[in-house]
Write a protein that binds this ligand. Structure first.
Ligand SMILES: NC(=O)c1ccc[n+]([C@@H]2O[C@H](COP(=O)([O-])OP(=O)(O)OC[C@H]3O[C@@H](n4cnc5c(N)ncnc54)[C@H](OP(=O)(O)O)[C@@H]3O)[C@@H](O)[C@H]2O)c1
Length: 291
């Protein structure tokens, strides 16, 4: 370690002490307006019928946005609109039906796109998955978000403003057995975001990837064959998972930053979860067996 005991910062010119710059000098010197991105007013949230998407829709409406809420379950969307009010616009659709969605959106000028719809067809080794399960997982988690960005980006770039959020997962960068197609799709979406961010540089459009760890939703219900109790006991009773509202708060925080600030990627995990690590609980409990 270098010896810094006798180090002195070079003396600053006296003038700098006589006329210290105001604390806000940097921002007041800006030639362009310091835009607050919450001037945004219209959002599209996919997978908004429950879980993380419903929480994001609620949070955006609380911030004053109109939210077009896309999911297949029309009744769930209608029930959400009853709770959240007229600023929740149900858009019942399969997110993979890209031409149907484009027609339904028409010329609505979207400021915010949240690519949130996603899912796993099964949690099994690849060789035990059917080709249909693999194709469905890629179409839902990778192809659909890419197609949606193709729909909304031309308008955002033309207007010089907008914010896209891609919900990936910690499986995009860490290894979770039995999730091959899902992990590949999320990793693909993650890398696509890095490329798109380059293509968008200077356009006024931001792109933020949010990679959640474990969040308590119905995400794994299908993999548990609809067994809610089994899912809760296995995944949410003995560990503290995130809540959907936690992800919504993180998203709104990134959205509300001035529009010259672009948070590129966020990994958001429960405090007790360290994805990608390796733990040895048995060794900790029985130290005498430590090799
Ligand atoms: N929960 C977690 O632990 C976790 C962790 C990491 C990342 N994520 C990601 O977070 C996102 C949200 O997951 P979640 O936990 O909230 O899951 P969820 O509770 O299962 O909700 C999934 C949402 O996606 C919609 N959806 C599924 N397939 C669709 C399709 N073909 N077309 C349109 N909408 C569809 C569902 O609505 P309908 O069924 O009504 O269509 C639902 O609104 C996903 O991208 C997921 O990969 C979740």
């Amino acid at each position: 370690m270098p010896n810094t005991a006798h180090f002195r910062f070079p003396a600053e010119p006296r003038a700098a002490h006589r006329n210290p710059p105001p604390a806000v000098a940097l921002s007041t010197n800006r030639t362009t307006k310091e835009a607050c991105s919450m001037d945004y007013s219209v959002a599209l949230v996919t997978g908004a019928s429950r879980g993380i998407g419903a929480a994001i829709a609620a949070a955006l409406i609380a911030e004053g946005l109109v939210v077009h809420a896309l999911a297949r379950d029309a009744a769930a969307l209608a029930a959400l609109a009853d709770v959240l009010g007229p600023n929740l616009k149900p858009l019942p659709a399969d997110v993979r039906d890209i031409s149907g969605i484009a027609a339904a959106l028409g010329d609505i000028a979207l400021d915010v796109l949240v690519n949130n719809a996603g899912g796993v067809a099964s949690v099994r080794p690849l060789q035990s998955q059917t080709p249909d399960e693999t194709a469905e997982t890629i179409a839902l988690n990778l192809t659909a978000p890419l197609h949606l960005m193709q729909i909304v980006l031309p308008g955002m770039v033309r207007r010089g403003r907008g914010h896209i959020f891609n919900l990936t997962s910690t499986v995009a960068s860490a290894v979770f057995p039995g999730t091959t197609a899902y992990a590949a799709a999320k990793a693909g979406l993650s890398q696509a975001g890095r490329v798109i961010r380059h293509d968008l540089a200077g356009s006024g459009v931001r792109l933020t990837e949010i990679a959640p760890g474990r969040v308590e939703t119905e995400f794994y219900l299908r993999a548990f064959d609809g067994n809610r109790e089994g899912l809760r006991e296995s995944m949410y009773t003995h560990q503290r998972a995130l809540r959907p509202e936690d992800i919504a708060r993180v998203l709104v925080a990134a959205l509300k930053l001035p529009d010259h600030v672009d948070i590129a990627e966020m990994i958001v995990s429960p405090s007790e979860q360290a994805p990608g690590g390796h733990t040895f609980p048995m060794l900790a409990e029985t130290p005498s067996k430590t090799p």
